[in-house]
Design a protein around this ligand. Structure first.
Ligand SMILES: Nc1ncnc2c1ncn2[C@@H]1O[C@H](COP(=O)(O)OP(=O)(O)OP(=O)(O)O)[C@@H](O)[C@H]1O
Length: 611
């Protein structure tokens, strides 16, 4: 039978009574037979106001046959629901959800139990509804699930037990691993063969941002086939064309394409001004690489479950069911921190693409001889204050999530700043570029708020992330997607000095403490990082900046001691190992890194932020 063919018959609806149920391509609707035949339109309206009378298939996540049992009827006289339980019928349950139309709100589960005397009739309804919901092909069938039992307040397992029945009802198979230690999920994913992983439609983490970061790294570490971006010495050293030639990779070619759009390539923002022009001729010598790059753009992503699993990948998605201390990734990608809502996004097969920051560590300490190490971050990469808070908080894990308040205060009072040099590609017209190094000689008045920018916030079906507004990208070989600014021109800028923190937000990083996040107008998939440089400043001003983070509508970046740059590539060099990097809450000791945005590198089971 055609799945979308209309079907109509008389059934019993639990707590209502006999109803005429109709099915069409959009969903199910029903009306009581009593009201249909003899009630006034007034009576019908009253009924419709009291009782739901339809559900769309997009709001149905499962249908289940539940066998013989009783169905309760509604009192024929009163408006209240009297449960006159009585007859035994064959029953099926349509599981759906309801959601407030506006604003971020959790999904509330609903269930409609229908009954019929005839088993076959009941089975036909179940098959028909199932066929309709299966037509939504993006729904996953098989998922790998990692549960962090000790995340947040130790609720990881309970959170999974709350939502697990939803997956069974929806006939989504789950292979569940309860992690036994940090790194457990990473090890499993990294050592899994592509063939093993390809038998799943995605990986779900039940935990906080830290577990998700582990999953992300476990999946990407051997499957994101991209050459390293250039190291800081290459990008920051002028007149160094030989070195540049040596280091040129497909990824730097994309930089060349950016640079070719503008003759005014590099400008200097620090106290010292160098002429960096030799980068251009060096990169021009790589024509063969470019053609390879452009060819690979047309190659399809992996959709065959038996072939190599490479990223970006249209079909394989990651999911998060929030149970952690902060859950910034879930809040920034769905607008709400609710395990049931996130489980529904996964079951219904929602999809958004997500930028990922690739962090290459060149040096752990100034004197170490390292081989480059690659890490990935989905939400944030930060040094200084952000690294120190996480490092310190490890000692107070027993305090639970409140350890961040305690260590945040402690680190704030210590007021440590770090000498460093940051270099970055910046869009020429980027009006967020501000606060160029003014040094500590700044008069106090220049520390005051000074910008008034209109912000285009990322939402569901965001035109910027979908590429219909303002931004575009090219795909490099190996299926690597990289951001690029077309036609706008880009400069290589540098900022050198003492920083309280250096941070790069991939997404807004909204959380319950910071309702607008660190960067309210960051987008999930525009190919940019928001580089936030907080220069050394008097403690009260830093406190003012931190306080603004906690207030909705306040702009925490609106200070002259805060530089905010939209970029897709930056480098960081410190000649000390005073602080550490914080990548999605995970620690990385590094004094030399290159960080770049990989546009849409992974897909997430989510619909985008409701704000
Ligand atoms: N079973 C486990 N025991 C201890 N640590 C684990 C376990 N499973 C995962 N981890 C690690 O715990 C860290 C924190 O995980 P997660 O972010 O999910 O929870 P959280 O409560 O939000 O913690 P945090 O706020 O510190 O990030 C991560 O580094 C993760 O790798």
């Amino acid at each position: 039978m055609d799945a979308s063919a209309a079907l109509s018959s008389t059934l019993f609806l639990d707590r209502v009574g006999e109803v005429v149920v109709s099915l069409n391509s959009c969903g199910l609707s029903w009306n009581p037979t009593a009201i249909d035949s003899d009630a006034s339109s007034c009576c019908r309206m009253a009924f419709q106001m009291e009782v739901e009378t339809e559900i769309k298939f997009s709001n149905v996540y499962a249908v289940e046959f539940t066998g013989l049992g009783s169905i309760n009827e509604r009192s024929s006289s009163g408006r209240s629901f009297l449960l006159n339980s009585n007859c035994e019928l064959y029953r099926f349950v349509v599981h759906g959800f309801q959601k407030a139309k506006n604003g971020p709100s959790p999904c509330v589960l609903s269930a409609y139990t229908f009954g019929h005397r005839d088993l076959q009739a009941c089975q036909t309804w179940v098959d028909q509804i199932n066929a309709c919901i299966q037509m939504q092909v993006e729904r996953p069938k098989n998922l790998l699930v990692f549960v962090h039992p000790r995340c947040g307040k130790g609720n990881g397992l309970r959170t999974w037990q709350t939502v697990a029945p939803m997956f069974s009802r929806a006939k989504v198979m789950t292979k569940v691993t309860v992690t036994r230690r940090a790194g457990h999920a990473f090890d499993i994913l990294k050592s899994s063969t592509d063939r093993d992983l390809s038998s799943f439609d995605g990986v779900v983490s039940v935990g906080g941002d830290g577990l998700f970061n582990e999953v992300l790294n476990g999946i990407l570490s051997s499957r994101h086939k991209a050459p390293y971006p250039p190291d800081p010495t290459v990008l920051n050293t002028p007149n160094n064309s030989d070195e540049l030639r040596h280091h040129v990779s497909e990824e730097t070619i994309y930089s060349r394409n950016i640079l070719n759009n503008d003759s005014d390539i590099f400008s200097e923002t620090s106290e010292k001004c160098d002429d960096c022009e030799p980068l251009l001729p060096a990169l021009q010598s790589t024509e063969s690489g470019i053609s390879k790059l452009i060819t690979s753009e047309k190659e399809p992503h992996c959709t065959d479950h038996n072939s190599a699993l490479i990223f970006p990948n249209d079909w394989f998605r990651l999911g998060i069911i929030p149970a952690g201390s902060t859950d910034a990734i879930v809040i920034s990608t769905t607008g709400i921190r609710d395990p049931v809502t996130s489980a529904l996004h996964i079951i219904l097969g929602r999809r958004i693409s997500l930028d990922v920051a690739q962090v290459v560590r060149w040096k752990t300490t100034p004197t170490s001889l390292d081989t480059p190490l690659v890490h990935y971050a989905a939400s944030f990469a930060g040094y200084g204050f952000y690294g120190d808070v996480v490092k310190e908080s490890e000692k107070y894990r027993w305090m639970g999530p409140s350890r961040y308040d305690f260590t945040g205060t402690k680190v704030f009072l210590e007021h440590r700043s770090y000498e460093a040099e940051v270099g970055f590609l910046a869009a020429k017209e980027d009006d967020t570029i501000k606060g160029m190094p003014s040094g500590m000689a700044d008069a106090c008045h220049s520390l005051l708020p000074r910008r008034n920018l209109s912000k285009e916030v990322c939402r569901i079906e965001c035109s910027i992330c979908n590429g219909t507004t303002n931004s575009s990208h090219i795909v490099t070989n190996g299926g690597t997607s990289s951001p690029i600014v077309h036609g706008e021109g880009v400069r290589w800028l540098r900022s050198k000095g003492r920083f309280l923190s250096v941070g790069a937000a991939v997404i807004s990083c909204r959380n319950e403490r910071a309702p607008d996040g660190l960067v309210a107008d960051a987008h999930l998939s525009d190919g940019f990082l928001h580089l936030i440089l907080v220069k050394d400043c008097p403690r009260p001003f830093y406190l003012w900046h931190l306080t603004k983070l906690t207030r909705k509508g306040a702009d925490p970046l609106d200070f002259s001691f805060v530089e905010h740059h939209k970029t897709n590539l930056f480098t960081f060099v410190a000649n000390h190992d005073g602080s550490v990097w914080n990548l999605d809450g995970e620690l990385l000791q590094a004094c030399q890194v290159t960080v770049r945005a990989c546009r849409g590198l992974v897909n997430l089971f989510a619909a985008g932020p409701e704000v």
